[in-house]
Design a protein around this ligand. Structure first.
Ligand SMILES: Cc1cc2nc3c(=O)[nH]c(=O)nc-3n(C[C@H](O)[C@H](O)[C@H](O)COP(=O)(O)OP(=O)(O)OC[C@H]3O[C@@H](n4cnc5c(N)ncnc54)[C@H](O)[C@@H]3O)c2cc1C
Length: 339
C-alpha cells in the first residue's frame, strides 16, 4: 500500500516515522526545506501536559501522544521531555483550573495566586485572587531536537521524505499533484497544519489559524521555571527555554497594550524596583522586533492592585539588567508564517 503524507512538521514526520517502522511504503512531502521555520513546529520548546484542563478528550489524546514520545525517547536513547511541573492558573472560579484539578491523577489542592510567589522563592508572582493548580505531569518538549531526530531517522527506517515538494491545493482524491507532477497513492494523510484549510476546503469552516505573540524573558534561574498556562483574556502561557530564557506567549491584541504599559511605566517602575522585571518582545512583522522592560514591586498584593496588573503574570529577576541592542537581538527567532 502506497501512503502519502502531506506536510512534514512534527505531526507529518511522526506519522511517516511510525508508518515506516511498521513496514509501510510511506512518502512524505513538504513544500519547504528541512527544519524550516514557516509552520508551527519550529522552536526550542513546547509545553507538554498529560492532563489538559481543556477537556477529557484531550487527556486521552495527550496520554496516547505521550506513549509515542516515549517511543522516540527510547529509540533516540535520550529524553525529549523535561518534567518541570506546571502552574495552571486563572481568575477565581476558572473552569480550566478546576478541570485541571479534577482530571488529574494526582489531585492537589487549588492554591491562591500569592502562594506561587513563596513557592517559587519570589521567582513568579501572580494576582492574589487567582486560582492556581500545581500540576505534576507537565513539562517541556525539546521541539526542534525531536524534529531533527525524526528527520534523520525516518529515512533510515524506510520513509521517503521529499522537501521543496509542494502539493497542489485542493486535494481531491488519491492523486496528488506534486510540483506539477501527478502521482497516485492508496492512502493520503494530510498533516498540513495551518495550510489544511487550503488543501481541504471542506474543513475550512471548522479550522481557524490564530496568531500568538511570543516573548523571551531573561531568567536568573531558568531551571526554577515551571510551565505556566493562564486562563485569562490574554491567553498567556509560558515555559522554560534554553540559553537562560523563559518564553511567554499571549494573543496579539494583548501584546501591544502590555508593551505600551511597560513603555509608559518603565522609568518610574525602574526607579521604585530593585528585584523584578518583565521583558516583552513583539514581532509585528518579520523585520520588526520591539523590546520593553518594566519593573514593579515584588509583593503580589501590589500586582493585583490595578486592572492591567491583575491579569499579568510577572516573572521576577534578582538583578534587573538594561535592555541593550545586543540582548534585543536575541529575540530574532522567526515568527510563524502561514502562506
Ligand atoms: C508559537 C507557538 C507555540 C506553540 N506552543 C505549543 C505548546 O507549548 N504546546 C503544544 O502542544 N503545542 C504548541 N503549539 C502548537 C504546536 O506547535 C503545533 O500544534 C504543531 O507544531 C503542529 O504541527 P503540524 O505538523 O501539524 O503543523 P506544521 O508544523 O505547521 O507543519 C505543517 C507542514 O505542512 C507543510 N505544508 C503545508 N501545505 C503544504 C503543501 N501544499 N505542500 C507541501 N507541504 C505543505 C508545511 O510546509 C509545514 O511544514 C505552538 C505553536 C506555535 C506556533
Amino acid at each position: 500500500m502506497r501512503i502519502a503524507v502531506v506536510g512534514l512538521g512534527i505531526a507529518g514526520l511522526s506519522v511517516c516515522a511510525r508508518l515506516a517502522l511498521a513496514g509501510h511504503d510511506v512518502s512524505g512531502f513538504d513544500q519547504f526545506e528541512p527544519m524550516h521555520a514557516n509552520g508551527s513546529s519550529h522552536g526550542d520548546t513546547r509545553i507538554m501536559r498529560l492532563t489538559p484542563g481543556e477537556g477529557e478528550i484531550y487527556v486521552k489524546l495527550a496520554r496516547r501522544a505521550h506513549e509515542i514520545w516515549r517511543t522516540w525517547e527510547g529509540l533516540a536513547g535520550r529524553p525529549f521531555i523535561e518534567w518541570t511541573g506546571g502552574l495552571m492558573a486563572g481568575p477565581r472560579g476558572s473552569p480550566f483550573v478546576a478541570a485541571s484539578q479534577r482530571l488529574s491523577h494526582t489531585p492537589a489542592a487549588i492554591m491562591r495566586g500569592d502562594a506561587v510567589h513563596a513557592m517559587t522563592r519570589g521567582y513568579i508572582a501572580m494576582p492574589y485572587e487567582w486560582d492556581v493548580f500545581r500540576q505534576a505531569d507537565a513539562g517541556v518538549i525539546a521541539a526542534d531536537a525531536v524534529r531533527a531526530f525524526l528527520l534523520k531517522q525516518a529515512p533510515r527506517w524506510g520513509a521517503k521524505l521529499h522537501h521543496s515538494a509542494r502539493i497542489e491545493a485542493p486535494i481531491d482524491g488519491l492523486v496528488l499533484k506534486i510540483n506539477d507532477e501527478a502521482r497516485a497513492f492508496d492512502v493520503v494523510i494530510v498533516a498540513a497544519g495551518g495550510w489544511a484549510r487550503k488543501l481541504l476546503p471542506e474543513f475550512a469552516g471548522k479550522l481557524a489559524v490564530k496568531r500568538r505573540v511570543v516573548g523571551w524573558f531573561e531568567s536568573p534561574n531558568p531551571r526554577m521555571a515551571p510551565v505556566i498556562c493562564a486562563d485569562n483574556d490574554e491567553g498567556v502561557y509560558g515555559m522554560p527555554a534554553p540559553r537562560g530564557f523563559i518564553s511567554l506567549a499571549c494573543t496579539p491584541s494583548a501584546a501591544q497594550p502590555i508593551l505600551t504599559t511597560c513603555a509608559n511605566r518603565m522609568p518610574r517602575m525602574q526607579h521604585c524596583s530593585a528585584n523584578m522585571r518583565v521583558c516583552c518582545c513583539q514581532r509585528t512583522n518579520p523585520n520588526l522586533c520591539a523590546w520593553r522592560v518594566a519593573s514593579t514591586r515584588s509583593r503580589p498584593t501590589n500586582i493585583s492592585s490595578s486592572r492591567r496588573a491583575a491579569s499579568t503574570i510577572a516573572f521576577c529577576c534578582s538583578q534587573p539588567a538594561p535592555v541593550t541592542a545586543s540582548n534585543s537581538r536575541r529575540c530574532l527567532a522567526p515568527s510563524p508564517k502561514i502562506g
